[in-house]
Write a protein that binds this ligand. Structure first.
Ligand code: LLP
Length: 417
């Protein structure tokens, strides 16, 4: 928000952080993270529930610690995420493990370390999990992820609930697969899991999917299975374009959960990532040059696709605003906003209206708290973008920018070269 004409994160002017850490950098608001978590917690307050934050959205340990301290569980998709969550102090009994390709090493590590449940995605995985659990003398609590074949009406790269997607088992085969799980010695069935996609802006697909899950719960119980937990996945969308998007309201989502599965006596788990993190973060960047093309002006920033890949990868829109608020009545001008990486795909926005800007001006990409820093790379040997957490009037670097020396020294040139 702007205060006295300067964009702030909580009580800190973002320009002050830029002076302290250099650009580009991500900045997160602790209060916004907390508020998003609480809104969801309230939406499900009508019954027993656990919010397992999908830490793939933003897995900095400072963020995990903050959410963990508020009582959040974690949804992890790798041994690395599990280790990170544990390092941030989240107990194993609050961690669920999702993903289509859990390796033997990851299964062994998480079983030994302690885990709330595995969200199993296939029969071969089930067999391996049972085998490893038996070997360790442990029992693996599982849900099975069902694919309900509903259209989440989102970007094709992040839709997961259609039959052509690689995720889960077809809901039509659920009885058969649950029967098989019940016959495996190392497993204990605890519930059902479903996740239909990300950045859902319409709640109808949720209703459709959850109704199917409710029906399945009854059927599986009749078959003699214990279904005491329903993991309903994540996916709630956020407004990326402040002025146009009307995202779903968490309270309405909670209501749909209640209406569809609320009377089954199950503990509800959800795995939100973007809704918690997305609008709690910005990416701040400096204008390097303003370049006049034949028919357009290019704003060349010091942030690039390696720092925020969403526009290049999903044609995603991020609002981009100057750190210095535009004067009232100033005429907007269209810019193509690009980074320095040597690919045309390194384009953040085309013909985006902004107040006139010049070199050294600072801009912020909004809604960059989720799937921003975590998807960053060092492509073009651009140092990994740093992260800063703001709380009230204080801020701290929660991941520093590596020095060029650190980057260079990571490579090993074999002595026989
Ligand atoms: N649970 C499972 C099993 C998931 O696969 C995901 C996201 C989530 C929960 C969290 O979904 P969310 O609440 O954040 O929508 N990189 C993409 C998004 C990929 C989402 C992958 N799975 C992007 O930048 O839009």
């Amino acid at each position: 928000m702007y205060r006295d004409g300067a964009l702030h994160a909580e009580d800190v002017p973002l320009a002050d952080i830029a002076t302290a850490v250099g650009t580009p950098f991500y900045a997160y608001s602790a209060a916004t993270f907390a508020r998003h978590f609480q809104v969801l917690d309230e939406a499900l307050s009508w019954g027993p529930h656990l919010i397992c934050y999908a830490m793939k959205a933003n897995s900095n340990q400072a963020i995990l610690k903050m959410l963990g301290d508020m009582g959040a569980g974690m949804d992890v998709v790798s041994g690395g995420e599990y280790a990170r969550a544990r390092a941030a102090g989240v107990p194993g009994e609050r961690i669920v493990f999702s993903g289509v390709g859990k390796t033997r090493d990851e299964i062994e590590m998480t079983l030994k370390g302690g885990i709330r449940q595995f969200n199993v995605e296939s029969e071969p995985e089930m067999v391996v999990l049972s085998e490893i659990a038996t070997k360790l003398g442990l029992i693996a609590p599982i849900t099975i992820r069902v694919n309900p074949d509903v259209d989440a009406k989102t970007h094709e790269k992040i839709a997961t609930g259609k039959k052509e997607n690689k995720f889960g088992i077809p809901i039509s085969r659920a009885r058969e697969v649950y029967a098989m799980a019940a016959g495996l010695p190392g497993l204990k069935i605890v519930g059902i899991d479903v996740h239909i996609g990300s950045q859902l802006t319409d709640l109808t697909p949720y209703r459709e999917a959850f109704e199917l899950v409710a029906e399945l719960t009854k059927t599986l119980r009749e078959d003699g299975h214990e279904i005491s937990r329903l993991d309903l996945g994540g996916g709630l969308g956020i407004p990326y374009a402040r002025d146009n998007d009307a995202p779903p309201v968490p309270a309405e989502y909670g209501q749909i959960v209640r209406e569809t599965v609320g009377d089954l006596g199950c503990e509800i788990e959800i795995e939100p990532g973007r809704l918690v993190a997305g609008n709690a973060g910005v990416l701040v960047s400096e204008v390097i040059y303003v370049k006049s093309g034949e028919d357009r002006e290019f704003l060349i920033l010091d942030a690039a696709m390696n720092d925020l890949i969403r526009p290049a990868m999903y044609s995603a829109h991020h609002d981009i605003v100057p750190l210095k608020e535009a004067e009232v009545g100033v005429e907007m001008q269209p810019y193509d906003i690009v980074g320095p990486v040597c690919e045309s795909g390194d384009t953040f926005a085309k013909q985006r209206p902004l107040p006139p800007l010049e070199a050294t001006d600072l801009v912020a990409f909004r809604s960059a708290g989720a799937y921003g820093a975590v998807m960053a790379s060092e492509y073009n040997t651009r140092p990994m973008v740093p992260e800063v957490l703001v709380m009230g009037d204080q801020f701290a670097v929660i991941r520093p920018r590596p020095t060029l020396e650190e980057i260079i020294n990571r490579d090993i040139v074999p002595e026989w070269l």
